[in-house]
Design a protein around this ligand. Sequence first.
Ligand code: LLP
Length: 392
Amino acid sequence: MFNRDIIAAFEQKETPFFYYDLQLLQATIDNALTEADKYKFHIHYALKANFNERVLQIIQESGIGADCVSGNEVLKAVETGFSPDKIVFAGVGKADKEIIAALHHDIFAFNVESVQELCVIGDLAKKEGKVAKVALRINPNVDAKTHKYITTGLDENKFGIKTWELNECLDVIRNFDSLELIGLHFHVGSQVVDLNVFKSLCVKVNEFNNWFDERGYRLKVLNVGGGLGVNYTDPDGDPIVDFKRYFEIFDQFLERKGEQEVHFELGRALVAQSGSLISKVLYVKNGIKKHFLILDAGMTELMRPALYQAYHKIEHLSAKQLSEETRDGSVNYDVVGPICESTDCFGKEVELPESKRGDLIAIRTTGAYGEVMASKYNLRDEIRYVYSDEIV
Ligand code: LLP
């Protein structure tokens, strides 16, 4: 991904910064849309993965919809130009003011996560003189086989409506003229790379779709969520599951009734690969048992390793500028940040070329859940960005 010109340009910039390869982002989106279009599938982009202005603009211009999880995300989507009829609003704890704002914008649908929430939306919509379109988020109890912190579809998770509450949901919907049931919503977890998980999800969706159909509800939308994982180990290699295989599974295993639409809420798979966190080595510390590379980026810029023990490939960019003969040997480093926490570590025993102060390091595949999860802890600087079209 990084040629010598790009690395030379990085050397002129203040670090740390997120680098976004906008051409790669566009290519990824085009690929996803081409594969989804084969089956007339609809994609909504999960803003939570990355709401950087430029990234969001490119996604909006491609015609993809927006999946939002807060009132502010809804407003951001509207401001960015996403058409309200392509905006969905999910989230387990929607506040009244957020619901009202979304009603005012006449968004496409609320993905509703509890019977209580259904009543609140019904009430608020009535007061506002609106009809709220709702999809019921059902917790299907499907194991996403991913990290437990990003598993959402199990009985023990806080998300979604339990299956035994569905009759009650229908009672509420019948009682409110201000509610229109348009569909079902599911999401089992993130960074899913086992296709069997999506097959199991389809089987469950079919069961619920039948259940509603038998009760006279022919739903307009089946929203199967997001979760498609990416290749963190080899950022420049092929995806573990490409969009072609992913959408094929849903075409094959999901039973659509009549004109039913299938909606997806992809976050990570659209944006992860196009981002990298670029940092400089501040200090090289040779301890008794360990060698440490202390970077100017930390868990405040990229929280995933500290929070989920997530792997991100670490590359030594300055060494790529040197010819093979002039490179020194390699050393196993613990690559750490400057934050006052022992969990502020990007990787342990990472084999890298022998390093010195000022060397450039790239932490790869940080386009999703990178800058959006950044914090000001230790009163850190604002996040900086560099976009590919500024330097090539
Ligand atoms: N739909 C719903 C209802 C979700 O909860 C999520 C993600 C998505 C869609 C998008 O999932 P994706 O396609 O990006 O996997 N911070 C964690 C990931 C949290 C995901 C939360 N929900 C991480 O850094 O791995």
